[in-house]
Design a protein around this ligand. Sequence first.
Ligand SMILES: *Cc1c(COP(=O)(O)O)cnc(C)c1O
Length: 390
Amino acid sequence: MVERSDYISDAEWERFLEFSDKLETPNLVINLRTIKKNYLKLQNSFPYADIYYAVKANPAAEVIKTVADLGSNFDIASRYELDKVLALGVEPERITYGNTIKKAKDIAYFFEKGVRMFATDSKEDLKNIAKFAPGSKIYVRILVENSATADWPLSRKFGCHPDMAYDLFIKARELSLTPYGISFHVGSQQRDIGQWNDAIAKTKYLMTSLEEEEGINLKMINMGGGFPASYIDPTNDLKEYASEITRYLRDDFGDDIPQIILEPGRSLVGDAGILTSEIVLISRKNNTALNRWVYLDTGKFNGLIETLGESIKYPVVTRDCNTSKKSANVILAGPTCDSMDIMYEDCKYKLPTDIKSGQRLYWLSTGAYTSSYASVEFNGFPPIKTYFMN
Ligand SMILES: *Cc1c(COP(=O)(O)O)cnc(C)c1O
């Protein structure tokens, strides 16, 4: 069983309960103060970097506004995200189209709205950008291997081999685009800081050969996301990430560090959320079974999709949780008629032996990749509702 106070102070917990007790479950409460704090900590840890918030992590207008007011730029993946961010008053110069998978007509739409920086990792997409966003800045996403140590890997689907990236930059110049930088993403919730070292070294190598052999002078490295939120599996503090990564940059680039872009999602908003669920039913599958099944009113389809493969292990607590209470193993499952709707079975979660149906369970650190991933109407259940605290 996790100790609630390892994740949130008593005072903050009381303030949260006062806010959330009157709300129907399931719900997600986002503490905007925590997002501010996380943003400032990231900016202070990487004073030389430009922050582009990865909107997909939590696309709520309140969240976008909070980071926009702090000066954030935005990494956008679709025209829908673009419309939303522009409607909140963010200038197109603060936006990149970071998705490598895009329709030609969406490229044209971004260009028309004033966006001038595009990610790519393929020839076909590059040609579309040249045609529908002429002259724009291009950064090429390279493949980095990260599946072993990231809790939510983003490899394989995105990025191309550095050799291919090399060719794409030459092609970009031919097509009168502006070769601008290299991007990578070492995998979300990346617990091995050394992964950035490998990625930065690859980037350096590619930049040097492009400059020496082709005279193409890239100005920027987009280091993606991957910084941690606080789940059950421990990670280093963000300060540790920052000092190590800064050292890798100095090792490779000396005093001549290019423009650095960071695209945090999870690390900005993850810890700002608490998802509250109600216990619907507690049962055992046979008379002598040791494990209790605990069914909740939230599951994989209304907020907890990242429990797929039991990848992200959220701290789950009851109101008065503490490790001195008598506890026993549970299997945590959602309310829908899909047998995939089980959050944790192999990973042994413990809850107090005296929990009852009707009580609330709190899922800590659920501000990222929860509300935006909820299904619309599976079994009639609506997407989870979000509320905002200041
Ligand atoms: C999802 C994503 C991010 C955010 O990653 P986190 O690990 O949540 O910080 C950043 N950049 C790109 C291109 C992404 O797809």
